[in-house]
Design a protein around this ligand. Structure first.
Ligand SMILES: C[S@@+](CC[C@H](N)C(=O)[O-])C[C@H]1O[C@@H](n2cnc3c(N)ncnc32)[C@H](O)[C@@H]1O
Length: 389
């Protein structure tokens, strides 16, 4: 039986709630319970409309989620979006060890546990008598407040000590500071974000966490290869519609429409080509690009990755992540490259973390294919001319 939480609701919503349950019951036993005058599509349309009403989504978004999930999973997803995700923190291994940090917080009365087998640095906070963003350990940079899903792309990037890494859309720096910790503060990270205001928070986090291998700059990521290139690895945590983080920002439910998703998709495609062009395919240790979003829309995920596969000399490789659902290789009328199954999708109702998408590319050549099989030019790159902060 599907579990739809009852809400404190005006009478018409009570009615909608009851009708949702009735419609689901009919769809579950269509032959016996249907009104002979009505088709399956009529019931599905009514259900979609009622769900949009009940959970406050616009019709466009509810249709998109209906395309992604069957009814049972759709309700689970909508319900998960009504509940906050657990508070999680990442130990900053530049300053502390998880065991020591956990003990220090336990001494302050914080109730916590390791986040899961998959992470050596994450902790999940069940409750705390002190504000977790203002403890002496926090202020001393021993940890970062960081959503579980936002640790995954950094693990997939797997930057090595002494490499040259670009974090193209980096503010406020949750991922940059994790990359720095994995690189043990060696090599060089260029942490870029087009938004200068957000760069202030990025710089503050870099200082608080004791990161010393990072240069902050504020450029449009689309122009990046013209400014500097030759990176061993690039992380592109792209701006997106936020359909994976509705529990944090409920405004997404009503204000994202088709043009917003397509606008995001367009920018993401441009940024991804730019991220690929910033990497040196001949890097002896790397040559990798990780693309991620906190959106679960196919247009912002598989579609963008498939676009890049057709336009650059790259292939998808395993993210190395232990869990997550395979990306789509086909979706409605769209067909994607079969290797899209190497990408990973994360959902709030399945993984109890923000909705997320992660793809990892290996760059095969610095030449840019003009058309299929014809290579034309190298990505222009080179001189450091950007503004430092
Ligand atoms: C998902 S957030 C990044 C979060 C960050 N990676 C972290 O883990 O803390 C996306 C960022 O992309 C930035 N952005 C948007 N368009 C950009 C562009 N054209 N070039 C560079 N950054 C851009 C936004 O300012 C925003 O900070």
């Amino acid at each position: 039986m599907l579990n739809i939480s009852p809400r404190l609701e005006p009478p018409d919503l009570q009615l909608v709630h009851q009708r949702i349950k009735d419609t689901i019951a009919v769809l579950g036993n269509f032959k016996r319970l249907r009104d002979p005058e009505r088709k399956r599509k009529d019931y599905l349309d009514l259900l979609r409309h009622d769900l949009a009403n009940y959970y406050n989504y616009n019709d466009y978004l509810m249709q998109k989620f209906t395309d992604l999930f069957d009814i049972k999973e759709l309700i689970e997803f909508l319900e998960a979006n009504e509940v906050e995700r657990p508070v999680t923190i990442r130990t900053n291994t530049l300053k502390s060890r998880r065991r020591d940090l956990a003990q220090a917080l336990i001494n302050r009365g914080v109730n916590l546990d390791p986040i899961g087998e998959w992470s050596k640095v994450g902790l999940i906070v069940f409750d705390s008598p002190v504000p977790i963003g203002a403890t002496p350990e926090y202020l001393a940079g021993h940890y970062m407040l960081q959503g579980a899903s936002s640790m995954l792309p950094v693990m997939a990037l797997a930057a090595q000590p002494n490499e040259k890494v670009l974090d193209m859309c980096s503010a406020p720096g949750g991922k940059t500071t994790y990359i720095a910790a994995l690189m043990k503060n060696t090599g060089m990270i260029v942490a870029n974000d087009v938004n200068k205001e957000r760069c202030k928070a990025l710089t503050a986090n870099i200082h608080r966490l004791g990161v010393v291998n990072t240069i902050v700059c504020s450029e449009n990521g689309r122009q990046f290869p013209k400014i500097v290139g030759g990176f061993d690895r690039v992380l592109l945590d792209a701006p997106c519609s936020g359909t994976g983080v509705i529990s944090k920002d409920a405004s997404v439910k009503s204000n994202k429409v088709e043009k917003d998703i397509l606008r995001c998709s367009h920018i993401q495609k441009e940024l991804l080509l730019s991220a690929i062009d910033s990497v040196d395919a001949r890097s002896s240790t790397g040559g990798y690009i990780v693309y991620c979003t906190c959106s679960i829309m196919v247009e912002e995920d598989e579609w963008v990755v498939d676009y890049a596969l057709k336009r650059r000399s790259v292939k998808l490789v395993s993210t190395g992540l232990e869990f997550g659902r395979e990306g789509f290789t086909k979706f409605k009328e769209r067909r994607f490259h079969p290797t899209l199954k190497l990408t990973r999708r994360y959902y709030p109702h399945e993984h109890n973390m923000d909705g997320f998408f992660v793809a990892k590319f290996k760059k095969l050549s610095n030449l840019i294919p003009a058309k299929e099989g014809v290579y034309c030019r190298k990505a222009k790159a080179i001189i450091f001319t950007f503004t430092l902060y």
